[in-house]
Write a protein that binds this ligand. Sequence first.
Ligand code: PMP
Length: 415
Amino acid sequence: HAIVRAMIAAPVALHARRADFPALCRPVNGLPLIYLDHAATSQKPQVVLDALMTAYVERCANVHRGVYALSEAATRDFEAVRHKVCSLIDAPDPRGVVFTKGTTESLNLLAHSLGQRFVQPGDEVLVTQLEHHSNVVPWQVMAKQRGATLVVAPVDAQGTLSLDALSRKLSPKTKIIACTHASNVTGALMDVRSICQLGRQVGALTVIDGAQAIPHLPVSVQELGCDFYCFSAHKLLGPFGVGVLWGRTAILDTMPPWQTGGAMVLSVRETESDYQPIPQRFEAGTQAVAEVIALGAAIDYLQGIGLPEIAKQEDALLQQAKQCLRKVPGLRLLGSEGPSVPVISFVLDGVHPHDVATALSAEGIAVRAGLHCAEPLFSALGVRGSVRISLSFVNTIEEIERLCTSLVQIGVLFR
Ligand code: PMP
């Protein structure tokens, strides 16, 4: 009994799940792959690849239109994923789940549609200095088109966004706050709950870019209190080409469509048309049916493990990784201490980040280098780029130690 109790009590090391990911089990250039770029895209477990293939073999039909069995089955499986998304983000109503191509498309849809509906000349839209370009450029374009002003809440020299700095930029003119849940450069988690509260106080809508948070922690849009939440399937163990825009149905209901055409209309006359109710109003054209179904498999897989356990084990690995990296001579971690997802940026004294990444690649270690589509943040950090490692529960401390050994050698070689 004691042995059984010990087995039950012992946490299962999630890196054993690596065997579920075929891409992580094959060598690249003859070397075992150490994949540390999960923030760019996650590798896909076999169950997701199987779901994708099965959907193409057994559900290859257009949804919502056919009355034949295959199309009905495809529609059923496709619509079931809206419910799975609701369970993933604790959303109250599947009508609030819109399928898009990814976070970028979700944010473009929102900028266009919210701009038309809520933003007048003289109004303000607030973003923060640490946003990914996907959560900056659409708002820049919309603000220009609507005669509004884009206001940027600054971060400090560590890349930290304080609530004070953000609230100083708020005013009754603020109509929208667009903010990331977690930085794709430093991993820092934002206090989204408080930001949404501040937004409500001035009557602003809140748009949260969840691309980097959703793979790593339990998310409840109801607890966060946001109006919109966006993410991409491909960073969530799912396929490319699919994303989610979740919105409060009471607001979505009043918003004009972005893309128009087939599937989003009720009736079309020669010079005007009536639109479908949500969510179809925002899903013009043929959908990525198989990919949406495979996203459902990715959600099942993650929930099968449990996001609280993933968060716990990834955070332990993150802390170990930081300790290990701090011992590398000449290495400086960017960002500050505080809650974060397992994403770390650093600079190696005297070595260009691209040289670091190229040298690591020769060792089979995949990391990102550069500005990570977050240029405004780098002017605050005062560096011209970084090396970024982004972890997942499939990574091990041994992989981090291999990384650190290589970094020490690169430092010696290049200096
Ligand atoms: N926001 C953040 C924080 C991101 O990290 C990314 C992807 N790097 C995006 C938005 C854009 O996601 P996608 O390219 O999947 O549309």
